[in-house]
Design a protein around this ligand. Structure first.
Ligand SMILES: [Zn+2]
Ligand SMILES: [Zn+2]
Length: 275
């Protein structure tokens, strides 16, 4: 496929594609959270801005949030405060490490600043994080632990290209933390090979006609890749090509999903999306 090889280049990102950007990543949306808990860590404190109040969350103290009508109720120590939105981070609006939980479901550590709002009857936690931090976190979540170094570096470049090249995909934030955008979990350890792959490819993105390509990828193509046009999705400028893939053909994963007639009819009436 010479057209693919000659058209798609590796470029150093710059301008609006700068790796110094921050991204707004909506997290835990899959759990439709109505309660959340926040704890500082590993640094001993986190500064919360709840409405007009500033409260320091220290050590193992936890802040608990839940919906109160269309507002958020925040409980910390003896305080109970209602607010429309809550922010948490280090002093001066700087990023911090923190632990966020949907009680009884999931706890995950993040690095960035946290913004909490309410929308359509659920809490919407958004982590505003450095694009390279998001790239490392998503590349690690999307890769198997034993991935070869060069494959990992390729994944990092594809992941970064997607984050820097795609427009915001959600109303309340830019990207979610599921495979709808890119799977994103905790940030990689700075000593890990995942972080080395981020550092050693810093600034590298896939480009076509001087624009960053919001690179799409999948775990398995089933033996032949699919163009976005073939599934009636916009290609955002890059003319995708379908190619045969011997690797997936030899080991294609098969899956099956069954719907009732009613569900299938409802699905067919929905706008086409890869979600
Ligand atoms: Zn998404
Ligand atoms: Zn394949």
């Amino acid at each position: 496929m010479p057209a693919v090889v000659s058209g798609l280049t590796m470029a150093a990102s710059g301008g609006s594609g700068s790796v110094d950007r921050t991204l707004r990543v909506g997290v835990f949306g899959l759990f439709k959270p109505v309660r959340l808990e926040l704890q500082a860590g590993p640094l001993p404190s986190l500064l919360l801005e709840v409405g007009e109040e500033q409260i320091l969350l220290e050590g193992a103290q936890r802040a608990q949030f839940r919906l109160h009508g269309t507002s958020l109720e925040c409980r910390i120590r003896e305080y109970v405060i209602l607010s429309r939105s809550i922010r948490a981070g280090a002093r001066g609006g700087k990023p911090a490490r923190f632990l966020l939980s949907v009680p009884g479901r999931i706890t995950r550590n993040f690095s960035g600043t946290l913004q909490l709002t309410a929308s359509k009857g659920i809490l919407v936690p958004t982590v505003i994080m450095d694009a390279e931090m998001a790239t490392g976190s998503a590349a690690m979540a999307e890769s198997s632990p034993d991935v070869a170094d060069e494959a990992l570096r390729a994944q990092v470049v594809a992941t970064r290209s997607y984050y820097l090249g795609a427009p915001a995909r959600h109303l309340d934030f830019d990207f979610c933390d599921t495979t709808h955008c890119q799977l994103l979990r905790e940030p990689p350890d700075h000593e890990s090979r995942f972080w080395s792959a981020v550092a050693s490819t810093r600034g590298l993105v896939l480009a076509y006609a001087n624009r960053i390509v919001p690179a799409r990828f999948s775990a398995s193509c089933g033996g032949r890749t699919t163009t976005l046009a073939a599934i009636e999705l916009r290609s955002d400028g890059y003319p995708y090509f379908a190619v045969d893939c011997a690797y997936c053909k030899a080991g294609a994963r098969h899956w099956e999903r069954r719907w009732s007639l009613g569900e299938a009819e409802w699905l067919l009436k929905q706008p086409i999306s890869e979600a």
